[in-house]
Write a protein that binds this ligand. Structure first.
Ligand SMILES: [Zn+2]
Length: 114
């Protein structure tokens, strides 16, 4: 991987980290336990709980991705960054731009997914 590509990836990772941080902060403000004793009717309470579940899933997903990106940022300067952990081939740069935290090329990722 060229230095220009590493630099472009570093910028991309920083942008995604900043975006995710906003996401995480915004969702954590909306995360609150649904009261067990409340004057709301049961259907209302069920809806509240469902909403909280969706918010929590988004929150957990954003946090996981944030940590993976931080990890990718740390590894960016390593010589083997951008090589597939399965087949050792170069991961397409376009794929890394979309998913800088990926450790597999598209071929291996597809095989492991099926
Ligand atoms: Zn591979």
């Amino acid at each position: 991987m060229s230095n220009e590509e590493r630099l472009e990836l570093a910028v991309t990772i920083d942008k995604q980290l900043a975006y995710l941080l906003q996401e995480i902060e915004a969702t954590s403000e909306r995360l609150e336990p649904v009261a067990t004793q409340c004057s709301n009717s049961d259907p209302q309470r069920a809806e509240q709980m469902q909403n909280q579940e969706v918010i929590y899933k988004n929150f957990a997903f954003a946090k996981r991705r944030y940590n993976s990106l931080l990890e990718a940022k740390k590894c960016l300067s390593k010589e083997d960054f951008g090589l597939c952990e399965v087949c050792d081939e170069t991961i397409a740069f376009e794929r890394l731009l979309l998913l800088p935290e990926t450790k597999q090329c598209i071929t291996c990722a597809k095989e492991n997914f099926l």
